[in-house]
Design a protein around this ligand. Sequence first.
Ligand code: ADP
Ligand code: MG
Length: 292
Amino acid sequence: ATPMSVMVGVGKAAEHGILIRNGDALQQAGRLTTIVLDKTGTVTQGKPAVTAIVPVPGMAAGTVLQWAASLEAGSEHPLAEAIVAKARESGLSWPAATQFQAVAGHGVHGQVEGAHVRLGNSKFMEDHGIDCKPLRSEAERQAAGAATPMYLAANGKLAGIIAVADPVKADSQQAIERLRQLGIRVVMLTGDNAATAHAVAAKVGISEVMAEVLPQDKDKQVAELMRHGEIVGMVGDGINDAPALARADVGFAIGTGTDVAIESADITLMSGSLNGVANAIAISRATVRNIK
Ligand code: ADP
Ligand code: MG
């Protein structure tokens, strides 16, 4: 590629809101064979909202939400924001949790007014010997509908579940179809449970899903695909995604995402639309074709 044609390509991309860090990234984009998409905030809008609160018999939904809010007030996770917003809308007030701890990829726990309260996924509950059976089928129903169910337990006993849903971006499905037409394999990567992940993936036409991946293991999944000969583009928005963005052949950050993701990426998509990935690949291929 001549430096001149690469410069023209980078300029053309910028007109489409695609900021490319260097000429190498532009040329690599056209060679990608696999695109890995983070779920929350990349495929989805990143604006989760509580869609259901189901207590065990004898427990009030308001108490479940209040306990959850006490814990999540100390967390920066998107799921936490959804729970605190719901508690606020419901006119609740809640005591601050003490001895608060967040366990990456699992959930949160702490003391709330003399009770030890734990909130997170089924793995988190199993690891601490909490029986989720009474609400298992309800949680599965929520997950099949593309919501993320979280279990809440107080003093080691299941108290309820809270389901949170994050709608997919309006143009994700169309953008993913374009990637496929460009001959690209599309994989979704998430820390969320497999059932929810597959339900979200189905909405946008993705069949290949890597779910229940711990935040610190996302970059290893990317490396594994590369080891199998794939040329990998990773698209993400979160702090958790930064190592995977750096590891990939081309890292794409969602422009509305965190600064850490943008700093780790080769390409930033200002609009936040996944169409930017397909556009970048198309511009790259046109650029490289012109110089051959
Ligand atoms: P993602 O890839 O969607 O960002 P994470 O790895 O952050 O997912 O979290 C994976 C799962 O762990 C979540 O779907 C949730 O069930 C649980 N979890 C993580 N953080 C929290 C939290 N602050 N409150 C409740 N559950 C959480
Ligand atoms: Mg994300």
